[in-house]
Write a new protein. Sequence first.
Length: 353
Amino acid sequence: NKPIRFTVKMSGKLSILFAFFYLYSIGIVKTENTNVPSTATENDNTCALPDQYTSLVQSLQECANALKHCHKSQCIQPCPLPSSCKEIKENCPDSPSGYYHIGGKKPSYIYCNMEELCGSNEGWTRVAYLDMSDQSEECPTGFRLLESNGVRACGRADSSVGSCQSVQFPSNGISYSQVCGRVVGYQYSSPDALYPGRYEGEEYGTVIDASRTTINSYYVDGISLTRGSPRQHVWTFVAGVYEHEIRWNGRYQCPCSVGNEQLHIFQSFIGNDYFCESGLNEQWIANTPYFSDPLWDGKQCGAIEQECCKTSGLPWFHKDLNSTTTDYIELRVCGDERTSNEDVPVNYYEIYV
């Protein structure tokens, strides 16, 4: 039964207090009154602290008592993490944009946009982000990296037929009723927008491949954004073949292009929820990326695409679902022919719910 002593230095106050807290919790340290003795007796298995620590010690003592009690009775429940950026904004309206610890199926640090976005400043939770201008960034699994003149983008895996390359973004259990974001892609060779058929001199719309009019198919040369399973349409990003002149009766141009015959969109599920642009003002060449004109940014629009670039909201899309869901979001890069002939690689996206 030898006395236990330790020396207190002001510079080590915090570490000593934590040590004391631990020793008290296991019964080695006792503080029954404010007159803590300066020394310990031979028969007393307790430690002595100087007077200036007495008030802090008493506070720690109360905390330790509470912890001991609640360890047995579980009377204290941990403060639950916020379930979304919207909840944070509701409780703390002045919260700035940045990373927050969000709960859900898998608690993690998530970026919250607390500014006005898509007509709302209620707090947006980011569920997807990619910026290929960051040289350390890699394409999602399965995508093909395309590079030209310092621009990097992620396209479909090499294919001799039509295909889609997919990446999914879980909502982490967050309930949402709106989706907002922006996507930047580029034209590769000769994408042909939304026309679900090959042009062989037929009248517009008379030769249609029905398999390319469904949401599960490669219905677009561009990017498809959907949610859940079965897929439900959120937004479509379309790449037309030319931006400066009408060819092939316009069927491979953007539906919004001036003089385009493609007035009817055969994929009825799209409605008006799409952006369309071309990045080519010259003759297309196979296996060639056209990375000088980013798509769906409302800029550098050719003569026949002026109306396309006046679409409300560009470059931001906004979809009101009219219901609440926790569905995952899926982004697919699609093309209805081989990759050497057409692709629409994605360079940037940020998606919020």
